[in-house]
Design a protein around this ligand. Structure first.
Ligand code: ARG
Length: 602
């Protein structure tokens, strides 16, 4: 997707430079400044929007030519501005010099038209594209473990994954969301033993996952005193793998209870999965895959276990089968990659999983790469280059890593419920007449938690902190929701249809210009989120937009009074309201792409 203005600037700049520096063109035609696509990708957003909408740094070029950057820039800008006068198709551009930065500015009316007309016409489709037509993106996200609590760590995966799911849909791809539940492995042997010893179906009914988790914690405590428990657990898992009916029935019970709990959270958050295929789904598919690796000559036996040696790649060996015959987490993921490729023929497969599993995914992806090399799969049909581990930082609790085993964990449901009840208190305090208090409190509470989770760079460690998650002021979800609600109320007060009597020349103050510039950038931000697999870019974008709009809202005229958006000047008001509605649509859609709802009143 191309930014038309950027393209124009790049074309004009290359031409202007060639005109003003003919001798350089002759000897150094390889320089980027003669190549519009390279200029296009080097254009930056100036820090101060007064400087224009795009900035081209010329320091590198000046250095290569042993010229003073400011002087080179001045000569270039003169030539650029000369061309805008001569060439009609560039007449919407003007250029200024700021030291070594060559700044381009789009004429207000043209920028306003490009931004507002598109938003009002396309509404929530603004920023959509069809680049992904007919292509699939598989997103493995959330993926909690059965009989264990859905922790804040899984929330990060759910929030990031859900946002990427929506972003790719917006870009025209078919998103395929998969919840790779941890529903297999030796821990189920432990659970079975613990449940037989201390479990009670009646206790499970109310808060199943919490009760199951207590059993899990108890098992580990008791196991320290009584090693016989470990043997019993191993036997129980073996029975499960061998298809023992009673073991399977217990396992199914754990799974059903846990899913009921997890689904409560998903429906609260509005998260949708296309498949809830957990690890157990691959039970009957692993043998064939292991055989394939053996045939390809990639396996060896080490201490009785079947492994893929990855020493050459500085990675620990990838275990496919333990000495006792049991398969592992990695075996199921490798099998999953091959199954998903066969089923979906994906453009990319993303794994939204915390960075603690970095080595795991390197091993899995490397195993696939080696298999394809060994099987001489044609390069364009290879899966390995399409696999991406979208990693995010570890979740810390009061600076300590959370350990599920020791029970040092925050239950997500409690966090969500607490956020919702605090939101509800706040509404009752501020706006007691609000009609749908419960519904709005849910939207705000959830918005606060999701936003807080997405507003840290995904690679960073996160210190989970109640105050920060639930802060309703400052850079938070509720602040953006509140901005949206305020825009809705302006539109209600105005009471007339939007998009008539518009004269964009009225949008002539710098605060408005900045908002226009930000609105115009929205489609490219959507693209950037997908490229970086990072919804945090959308978070920053929306905060920037809301901040810029608040400056419009609070702008004072020369007489020191607030320059009201709705005034006696009907045409001016109509034009400004078109801007208001555009901002509202972009904030609503941006929040949607983060998985957050935008209430109309709060
Ligand atoms: N259940 C795992 C955990 O909680 C995450 C699974 C991630 N997805 C995957 N395909 N391995 O640690």
């Amino acid at each position: 997707m191309k930014d038309k203005f950027r393209k124009d600037i790049a074309l004009l700049t290359a031409e202007a430079f060639a005109l003003s520096f003919p001798e350089v063109k002759e000897h150094h035609s390889e320089l980027f400044i003669f190549d519009p696509p390279q200029i296009y990708s080097r254009l930056e957003t100036p820090r101060d929007s007064q400087m224009g909408n795009y900035a081209l740094p010329l320091f590198e070029l000046a250095k290569a030519l042993k010229k003073n950057p400011a002087e080179l820039n001045k000569k270039l800008a003169e030539s650029q501005n000369g061309l805008t006068l001569e060439t009609k198709e560039f007449s919407h551009l003007s250029f200024t010099v700021a030291g070594g930065f060559n700044n381009a500015r789009i004429k207000t009316e043209i920028l306003a038209k490009a931004a507002i007309d598109s938003v009002l016409e396309e509404e929530e489709s603004y920023g959509s594209s069809d680049e992904g037509q007919g292509r699939k993106i598989v997103i493995d996200f959330s993926s909690p473990n059965i009989a264990k609590p859905f922790g804040i760590g899984h929330l990060r995966s759910t929030a990031i994954g859900n946002s990427l799911y929506r972003i790719y849909q917006k870009l025209g791809y078919t998103s395929v969301g998969i919840n790779h539940l941890g529903d297999w492995g030796t821990q189920f042997g432990k659970m079975i033993v613990a449940y037989r010893k201390w479990g009670d179906e009646k206790l499970l009914q109310d808060e199943p996952v919490k009760r199951l988790f207590e059993l899990y914690v108890k098992f580990h405590k008791e196991e320290e005193q009584d090693t016989a428990l470990s043997d019993m657990a191993r036997e129980a898992f073996k029975a499960l793998e061998d298809g023992n009916e009673e073991a399977i029935a217990l396992w199914q019970k754990f799974k059903d209870y846990s899913m009921a709990d997890f689904n409560k959270i998903y429906s609260m958050m509005g998260v949708h999965f296309d498949y809830q295929t957990g690890e157990s789904f691959y039970n009957d598919k692993m043998d064939a895959v292991i055989e394939r690796f053996q045939k390809a000559g990639l396996t060896e036996i080490s201490d009785g276990a079947l492994i893929i040696n990855l020493e050459k790649f500085n990675l620990p060996a990838c275990l496919l089968r333990r000495a006792d015959g049991a398969t592992l987490y990695a075996t199921r993921d490798i099998t999953g990659v091959l199954y998903r490729w066969q089923t979906f023929n994906f453009e990319k497969a993303l794994y939204v999983v915390c960075s603690a599993q970095r080595d795991h995914f390197r091993q899995v992806f490397k195993a696939i790469e080696l298999l394809e090399e060994a099987e001489k799969v044609p390069v364009e049909k290879r899966i390995a280059p399409r696999l991406v581990h979208v990693e995010f930082g570890w979740i810390k609790l009061e600076n300590a890593m959370m350990s599920t085993r020791k029970g040092n964990i925050i239950f997500l449901e409690d966090v969500l419920n607490k956020a919702i009840s605090l939101a509800s208190e706040k509404i009752i305090e501020k706006n007691p007449d609000l009609k749908e208090i419960d519904k709005t409190a849910k939207q705000i509470g959830l918005g606060a938690v999701i936003f807080a989770d997405l507003s840290t760079r995904k690679e960073k460690d996160v210190n989970f902190d109640w105050d920060k998650v639930l802060n309703f002021e400052g850079e938070t979800g509720p602040y953006l929701q509140y901005t949206h609600a305020r825009l809705c109320s302006l539109i209600r007060n105005y009471g007339k249809p939007i998009n008539s009597n518009i004269n964009y020349a009225y949008l002539n103050n710098p605060e408005e210009y900045r908002v226009l510039d930000i609105i115009y950038r929205f489609p490219f931000i959507v693209r950037e989120v997908a490229d970086a697999y990072d919804p945090n870019l959308m978070v920053s974008y929306l905060l920037e937009l809301a901040g810029a709009f608040n400056k419009v809202y609070q702008r004072k005229s020369a007489d020191g009074k607030i320059d009201k958006i709705i005034s006696d000047d009907a045409d001016l008001t109509a034009t400004r309201m078109a801007l208001v509605e555009s901002v509202r649509i972009v904030i609503q859609e941006g929040l949607y792409l983060l998985g957050i709802s935008a209430p109309e009143e709060m």
